[in-house]
Write a protein of this length. Structure first.
Length: 444
């Protein structure tokens, strides 16, 4: 194994790593799908083959950093054999996805013998900053390689030992397939984040995955385009037409399945026509799961005798077993509340009235909107993307769970026979035909 494969890049300057990643990205962009998939299979095998070393490194991370972490964060940090097997399978699931590159997005004949094609291509170099998630390394690296991108990973201090081993293993696998190890590198040390964020011209997109403070810091300190979301203040609105049992089940899952996730529900709004009957049942179910309740004056009156704290701020992302409850007059007030206090991440309505539900889906401005379904479905794997590099609330480029398609852009390819622009100007100008040859989604 060469020194390049052994090193994750921690001994280099960030600029040298970014320059090497840029060179690697050009190699990846030229590879056919078969070679990229072969690299992914090698990566999956390498993760499985390094289980002893990975578990030892992870145990040291847990011993060193675990005492300062919340229970939810610690759970994300810890690895076992089953989690490693799942990580390897996630890499393989990305390999099985359709090729995101070279897709014909549009094809137009400008004139006979002058053909314009719009095709999907990689972004180039990604910088991903994440906290406490070893599986983020394999998910992101797999999505990057499949989409022809190189990636610079910056792991949080709490997961650095595990990430160093993972990245070293992945680099060796890439080199074993004849590909540049620098397609995947690890930036180590909090003090190097600012240097990484200054790599405009070399890095094409930054993706922060972590706390609101992390995302806001990244957004405020770089000229590189940032893909991500600062908060996950998600809502479930229970309409007067809701099926009660269905609503209870959806809300339970949305809050308790994984309360630390950004797609967990933080506020439940209930139509006032059913609030007196529905809220006590909801409170009983959530309290049985250990969920702390926060509510407005109306909720506290309806749940008299139940421990309900005042809502400090409707914009709170609890990230734990806690939820805000509110009573609204109907759909219009629910949507007003969501637009005033939500984060445009994921919003859900529980309703049997199809007209009400369709209005909610049409008018609520969020990356994901749902009907009679838990907000926890807002996830790249559950959406069928194989994995995700994160969830974006941006309206430019990618939105919602970002998988392979969100890691591509496009370019225009024009093939001619010596035509010049002057041929189509002036007294004897030729006319453009502008005939559509192929539409988005058709194969190249």
């Amino acid at each position: 194994m060469s020194a390049a494969a052994v090193s994750a890049g921690s001994g280099q300057s960030v600029r040298a790593m970014a320059e090497a990643a840029k060179s690697a990205s050009r190699v990846l962009a030229a590879l056919d799908e078969e070679k990229r998939n072969a690299a992914l299979e090698a990566m999956a095998l390498a993760v499985g083959g390094a289980s002893v070393e990975l578990l030892e490194a992870n145990l040291e991370d847990v011993r060193t950093e675990g005492g300062s972490l919340s229970a939810a964060t610690l759970a994300r940090l810890q690895l076992d054999e089953a989690k490693l097997a799942e990580m390897a399978e996630q890499v393989r699931s990305v390999a099985r996805l359709p090729d995101p590159l070279g897709r014909v997005l549009d094809a137009i004949e400008l004139d006979e013998g002058l053909d314009l094609t719009k095709i999907s291509v990689p972004l180039g170099v990604l910088a991903v900053i994440f906290e406490a998630r070893p599986d983020a390394v394999t998910q992101i690296a797999a999505l990057a390689i499949k989409s022809g991108n190189a990636v610079l990973l910056k792991a949080g201090k709490e997961v650095e030992r595990t990430a160093e081993v993972l990245v070293r293993v992945l680099r060796a696998a890439l080199e074993g397939e004849g590909l540049p190890a620098d397609a995947v590198s690890l930036v180590v040390g909090r003090e190097r984040v600012q240097e990484l964020l200054g790599m405009h011209g070399l890095v094409d997109m930054v993706i922060p995955r972590g706390s609101k403070a992390l995302v806001e810091y990244v957004q405020a300190n770089t000229r590189i385009p940032v893909l991500g979301h600062a908060e996950g203040v998600c809502h479930v609105y229970v309409d007067e037409s809701a099926d009660e049992a269905l609503a209870l089940r959806v809300i339970d899952d949305a809050k308790t399945d994984y309360p630390a996730a950004c797609n967990a529900v933080e506020t439940v709004l209930v139509h006032r026509a059913i609030a007196a009957e529905f809220l006590p049942k909801l409170a009983e179910r959530l309290r049985a799961k250990g969920v702390a309740l926060h509510g407005d004056a109306t909720v506290r009156e309806l749940l008299r005798g139940v421990e309900v704290e005042s809502v400090a701020d409707w914009h709170t992302e609890y990230g734990e077993l806690a939820v805000s409850l509110g009573v609204v007059k109907g759909l219009d007030e629910a949507m007003e509340h969501i637009h005033a206090h939500g984060s445009a991440h994921t919003e859900s309505i529980v309703a049997e009235d199809t007209a009400v539900a369709e209005r909610f889906l049409r008018e609520v401005d969020a990356a994901s909107v749902m009907h009679n379904a838990s907000t926890r479905f807002a996830d790249g794997f559950r959406y069928g993307f194989g994995a995700e590099v994160g969830i974006s609330t941006s309206k430019l480029h990618a939105r919602g769970p970002v998988g392979l398609e969100g890691l591509t852009t496009y370019k225009y390819v024009l093939r001619g026979r010596g035509q010049v622009a002057g041929d189509y100007r002036g007294k004897d100008a030729k006319a453009f035909t502008h005939r559509v040859v192929a539409k988005q989604g058709e194969l190249r």
